[in-house]
Design a protein around this ligand. Structure first.
Ligand SMILES: [Zn+2]
Length: 104
């Protein structure tokens, strides 16, 4: 059905061409047909849906200790959705007396 160049539009039968499309406020890859029908890259669309599902959700985690360092366990949901991996780097920034912003 799909390939790098285009895909057949199920609405009109023409070939939809590769394009950058707007999906829930994000730009993702996909295919757009002359008839106006849009097809989103399913993987990229799924990532955005996953992100929207956990956006603003609060996760309660416990602090642990490894030798002299305090550590936190990253919730699986965040790991998967944000694509975090062991060995990856994060930036921590104290933004208030009891607030830390963490950026992947
Ligand atoms: Zn079409």
């Amino acid at each position: 059905m799909t390939n790098m160049k285009g895909m057949k539009c199920v609405k009109c039968g023409e070939t939809a061409k590769e394009a950058r499309l707007s999906f829930q406020g994000h730009q993702i890859d996909g295919w757009k047909c002359r008839c106006g029908e849009e097809y989103f890259d399913p993987e990229q669309a799924e990532k955005i849906l996953m992100l929207n599902r956990i956006r603003n959700k609060k996760f309660r985690v416990k602090l642990g200790r490894m030798r002299s360092n305090l550590i936190i366990r990253m919730p699986k949901e965040l790991e998967r959705t944000l694509g975090l991996e062991k060995g990856g780097e994060m930036i921590l920034q104290a933004t208030a007396r009891k607030k830390i912003e963490m950026t992947a």
